[in-house]
Write a protein that binds this ligand. Structure first.
Ligand SMILES: C[S@@+](CC[C@H](N)C(=O)[O-])C[C@H]1O[C@@H](n2cnc3c(N)ncnc32)[C@H](O)[C@@H]1O
Length: 467
């Protein structure tokens, strides 16, 4: 029988595909089944069919994987925040490490690259130091909530369900953030609901309340609450800020970011400080970092410490080297390396991250780092330093090919490439493979219960000496 949309199939799941889906084969096609695990025998209905592949929805698990566990979160299976809670954590790390290897082989065409076993996250729950909760005027209901009369479907504050951009799952608690974040979220929800001011509709683009972004720092066990709104209304946000700081004395920062953009990004064009200071101070190792609402900071702080140790080991600095830190965010890697380098130059696009980087150097007594603000595609041309080591930590999309071209022309003997996306990392390594040999790749899991993984690749320039 030819496979078609609506077909019900009995499938043996062979492996996982990137994106966390189970991969099976039927009718000489690859079939992806969400929430199915390798080794499982499942029944699934085809919901999408393309030329060489299909997607099927899991209906029944006939033979479960021995690694399948009960997901502790009631939203598991619906929420787009984390998708692998039903898989035992050590297996998550193993499967993700395999994705890194496969990406290197299939996308990077790097046959013999040594991928080390992934480093597991120290904390498996409560590890996220930043959560973005969206407001919506359309609530996505859980199956047991469907048809209930007491459900207000015109309000939600929570996380998106994959595939529904305008509906949001109203979340009481997210297990990925420290528990106090859930209490803070609850207070904000009640305030917004009773404010009488509408939440933003993701289809209508009308309404006031847009996002609630919570940031936690381990160093001082403090919180930043960032209320993102569509316009400025101090009468609404100031009482909320007072309420929060009265109830939670360890909220050290409440800010209001204001954005007129229709894009679903919790990033303000303007920021108003409502209470406390406009930043948190986080610690990694012996260093302290100022983090403002719109600066990038690794979302798993303990994981970041492990990641930076790997970066530092791969940089193998002796004290004399010049380092170029591309996509440096708030200067965390630059500062982490500064003590063992003669000079570090960091490049970053977000101006507030660059000013945080400058302040962070001052705070840590570091005077051999400089930062250049701007898009790397253009700012790389302004760099006068000849780097011995280049650290590259691009966003998920990886590097622009113009940037790769410029890096190859600069020809640093050693590159340490950090990535949160194995596919774009493999693509970028492929673009550099005539000049650079990948010596080793170390996956570091910073994102338990998601299929995401961070990797650090050490690249040596062909013909250059590495130790
Ligand atoms: C994955 S983060 C790395 C941050 C930093 N290395 C760290 O560990 O905290 C990527 C950074 O690249 C910056 N970025 C993205 N595109 C950029 C571009 N075209 N030019 C310069 N910086 C960019 C982002 O603002 C973000 O801070």
């Amino acid at each position: 029988m030819a496979l078609k949309k609506g077909s019900i199939l009995e499938l043996e799941i062979e492996t996982t595909a990137f994106g966390g889906k189970g991969l099976a084969r039927a009718d000489s096609m690859v079939v992806f089944v969400d929430q199915a695990l390798p080794g499982e025998q499942v029944v699934a209905r085809v919901v999408k069919k393309k030329k060489n592949w299909a997607e099927a929805r899991l209906l029944e698990i006939k033979r479960p994987s021995p690694h399948r566990i009960e997901a502790p979160c009631p939203y598991s299976g619906f929420c787009g925040g984390c998708k692998w809670q039903f898989l035992a954590y050590p297996k998550q790390v193993e499967y993700k490490t395999r994705h890194v290897e496969e990406a290197c082989r299939h996308i990077g065409l790097l046959e013999n690259v040594k991928v080390l076993p992934g480093i597991a996250s120290e904390a498996v729950f409560g590890y996220r130091n930043k959560m973005e909760f969206s407001c919506s005027d359309r609530r996505w209901l859980l199956p047991e909530q469907l048809g209930r009369q007491d459900m207000d479907i015109s309000f939600a504050l929570g996380l998106h369900v994959p595939g529904t951009f305008y509906k949001v799952l109203d979340i009481d608690a997210c297990l990925l953030q420290p528990d106090q974040g859930n209490q803070i979220l609850g207070v904000v929800r009640e305030y917004i609901r009773s404010s009488g001011v509408p939440v933003y509709g993701l289809r209508t683009h009308a309404g006031f309340w847009r996002f609630v972004v919570l940031r936690h720092c381990l160093n001082e066990d403090g919180w930043m609450v960032n209320i993102v709104t569509a316009e400025q209304r101090r009468d609404q946000v100031e009482p909320l800020a007072r309420l929060l700081t009265e109830k939670f004395p360890n909220i050290t920062s409440v800010v209001n970011n204001i954005t007129a953009s229709k894009a679903q990004v919790a990033f303000g064009e303007r920021e108003i400080l409502l209470c406390g200071r406009p930043y948190l101070i986080e610690g990694i190792g012996r260093y302290r970092f100022e983090i403002s609402a719109n600066s990038f900071f690794q979302t798993n702080t303990r994981g970041a410490a492990r990641l930076y140790e790997v970066v530092s080991a791969y940089c193998a600095l002796s004290g004399t080297e010049k380092v170029l830190d591309l996509y440096c965010g708030a200067g965390t890697i630059s500062i982490f390396l500064a003590g063992r380098a003669s000079e570090v130059v960091g490049l970053e696009m977000v101006p507030t991250a660059v000013s945080d980087a400058v302040k962070n150097c001052r705070r840590n007594g570091i005077d051999n780092c400089r930062f250049i603000a701007g898009d790397i595609r253009y700012s790389l041309k302004q760099v006068e330093l000849t780097p011995d080591v280049m650290v590259i930590d691009p966003p998920r999309a990886g590097m622009h090919k113009d940037v790769v071209r410029q890096i190859l022309a600069m020809a640093p003997p050693r590159i340490v490439y950090v990535s949160c996306n194995p596919a774009t990392m493999a693509r970028d390594l492929f673009m550099m493979k005539d000049d650079y040999l990948p010596v080793e790749v170390q996956p570091v899991d910073m994102f338990p219960h998601t299929y995401h993984i961070e990797s650090v690749a050490l690249l040596a320039r062909k013909g250059a000496k590495t130790t």
